[in-house]
Design a protein. Structure first.
Length: 655
């Protein structure tokens, strides 16, 4: 048969043509190409679609932004949630809707507006001014050309014009701001009485039957997630420093080579007279400046005590002339070399000849000298020993890191060879889950919980490696994980405990404590509510027993110890008749507040009112923008397709 096909290729081509061409009549060329490479649509905006590929790309870009911001603390599982994906999807749809409105409205941006926008971008400015070279450099680093960037920016600016007028024109009446400031500034004098749950623990009981009933009804809430027990080795500065000894000869040699680090170098206080020479000055101007400087040098040398007055009247350095030419204390490498060389060659009180620099001609004098002061070796011996050990450990760390990387792969089913070769200790920890570390009580038998290494083991990269299939299921070593520039870790799963509900006996004491606490709270709340009802029926008078000292509170100044829920209840309560009482339930019981006095807010400051009005207008503008987007969604007949729900619930981008 294959020989027939090979010997009759022209006939076979004709037969295939007869089979394929009619198919286009049924499905069309567009449908046929769509059948071969169809991209799932998540939503339609009029005749346009928001595709799975667009959503996945936007999702990857967003996760990369979070990765850049968070660094080692980036945890994709914690950030890439269905809620975040749904918000991102809606943003894509909204952008498409607004872009369609911009296109239909024929909105455009002028070349001048585009230029102004680009020039205002800080990353393309040099000393606050637009730099064409920097502009091209920044775009090139991002793989963009000026033409493509400007086209995209022009489109974005045009789209922005759809909503900008709405937000910018939003406003609220002045009376709204004044009313809000009045509410914020109103002060109330209150006394409070607490009914803490701890006072009622002795009045409640929990039986074994109660515990059994709660356990049976809430087993799902007690489930301990899948957890792994890990063996791991840590390579850090401490491990690389172990066993390093530093001899006295090394310390002495290091001290001699770095004496400048262990003391104060010689400093000199100096003054100068400057005859400035502008850049580009001709030979005649330079000669005239030198002649004047030489004359001033002769005058200063003849009367060094008059140097300061001469500098005040003749120096052309606006920074030092008013102070008699004083340059302050000078250390090496602070001034231009010719001037500094002259200063460090003079004796105290001596005046130099003319010294030339790029600024012109100088005459300098030294007014004081502070000799160098170097600490003796014995006082810095320990510091030097630590520094040398650190340098040696850094070199050793790099070598150990390379060996560790090789060793964990050479024998994939054990960390012992790597630990033995590098002198590392195999550590153990239990209670590690995909989402974090369990409490020590929940970590299970075997190794202790994470302990001092909790921060290392709770790193998302470590948990991701531990729960990879090759480490968790195949019991192989992970690769080396670099947590910081000076800390790396390799681990393997020693044991895995599936998700399970602990037996009742293991949690009986916890449940008893929980039920006692819940019932004590209920008893406290009941007692508080009964007391509140009695107070509301009692005639006005002095504060009943049990209430604390009066204090003044407001929405802006709640006080240090008043819970937010209690403050909100106090400020919302009607104060038509005083005293007024209000009760509030707390997590730990109940509280009653007695409102005794109400003081209205003072007249608002004009600046505060204007600032609040601006904030309210901004918030109202954002709300109106969202309302317009929702209207545009209806106008362009936005349809959210079933594929969108699956994309939002997907576990990884691209699914």
């Amino acid at each position: 048969m294959f020989d027939f096909i090979r010997n009759h290729q022209r006939w076979m081509q004709f037969i295939l043509l007869l089979l394929i061409v009619p198919s286009f009549a049924f499905v069309g060329i567009q449908g046929f190409s769509g059948f071969l490479s169809h991209e799932a649509d998540l939503a339609t905006v009029g005749k346009q679609a928001v595709t799975q590929q667009e959503f996945d790309q936007a999702r990857r870009n967003q996760l990369e932004q979070y990765r850049s911001m968070l660094g080692g603390q980036f945890d994709a599982a914690a950030i890439d949630t269905p809620a975040l994906r749904e918000r991102l999807f809606n943003q894509l749809v909204d952008r498409r809707v607004v872009a369609q409105a911009a296109a239909d409205g024929r909105l455009s941006v002028s070349d001048e507006a585009l230029r102004r926008t680009i020039a205002s971008i800080p990353s393309v400015q040099d000393d606050g001014r637009f730099s064409p070279d920097k502009y091209r450099e920044v775009l090139a680093s991002q793989g963009m050309t000026p033409a493509s960037f400007e086209a995209g920016l022009r489109r974005d600016l045009a789209v922005a014009r759809v909503l900008e007028p709405i937000g910018q024109s939003a406003g609220v009446p002045g009376e709204v701001g004044r009313s809000l400031l009045a509410a914020l500034g109103e002060t109330r004098t209150v006394r409070t009485r607490a009914f803490p749950a701890a006072d009622y623990r002795g009045q409640v009981q929990v039986s074994d039957a109660d515990i059994q009933a709660w356990y049976d009804a809430h087993k799902a809430s007690l489930e301990i997630p899948e957890q792994a027990q890990a063996e791991y080795v840590v390579l850090d500065e401490a491990a690389a420093s172990r066993g390093i000894e530093v001899g006295d000869d090394e310390i002495a040699r290091y001290y001699e080579q770095n004496k400048a680090r262990y003391g104060q170098p010689e400093r000199r206080r100096a003054s100068h007279i400057l005859i400035a020479v502008p850049p580009g000055a001709d030979a005649a101007a330079r000669e005239a400046a030198r002649t004047k400087a030489e004359e001033l040098a002769r005058q200063a040398a003849a009367d060094p005590s008059g140097f300061a007055e001469l500098a005040k009247s003749q120096s052309q350095d606006p920074g030092s002339a008013p102070g008699g030419g004083d340059l302050g204390w000078i250390s090496p490498n602070m001034l231009v070399p010719p001037v500094e060389k002259a200063i460090f060659s003079l004796q105290k009180g001596q005046v130099s000849g003319v010294v030339q620099s790029d600024f012109g001609y100088h005459v300098v004098t030294v007014t004081d000298i502070q000799p160098a002061d170097v600490k003796p070796l014995e006082s810095v011996r320990g510091e030097i020993r630590d520094e040398i050990r650190k340098q040696m450990a850094t070199e050793r760390y790099a070598d150990m890191a390379t060996k560790l990387t090789d060793l964990v792969y050479d024998q994939r089913d054990s960390l012992q060879p790597a630990a033995d070769a590098l002198g590392l200790t195999i550590r153990k920890a239990a209670g590690i889950t995909r989402d974090g570390l369990l409490d020590a009580d929940d970590a299970g038998p075997g190794a202790a919980a994470a302990g001092p290494d909790a921060e290392l083991l709770n790193d998302p990269r470590v948990r991701q490696a531990l729960f990879s299939s090759e480490v968790l299921r195949d019991r192989q070593n992970s690769g080396v994980i670099e947590l910081t520039p000076g800390t790396m870790l390799a681990l393997r799963a020693a044991a895995v405990e599936p998700a399970h509900v602990p037996p009742l006996d293991a949690v009986r004491d916890k449940l008893r404590e929980r039920l006692l606490a819940e019932r004590a709270v209920q008893a406290a709340r009941q007692a508080g509510a009964e007391q509140l009802a009695a107070l509301e029926k009692s005639p006005p008078g002095e504060a009943p027993e049990g209430f604390g000292e009066p204090r003044r509170v407001s929405r802006q100044q709640p006080g240090d110890d008043m819970p937010r829920a209690e403050l909100d209840a106090v400020m919302r309560a009607s104060a038509a008749a005083l005293p007024a009482y209000v009760g509030v339930e707390h997590e730990d019981g109940y509280a009653i507040a007695r409102i005794e006095k109400v003081e209205p807010a003072s007249e608002p400051d004009a600046q505060d009112l204007a600032q609040l009005q601006a904030q309210l207008a901004n918030a109202w503008g954002q709300a109106e923008e969202q309302a317009v987007v929702q209207m545009l969604r209806q106008r362009y007949d936005v349809k959210i397709l079933p594929e969108a729900a699956r994309a939002i619930q997907a576990e990884s981008a691209g699914q």
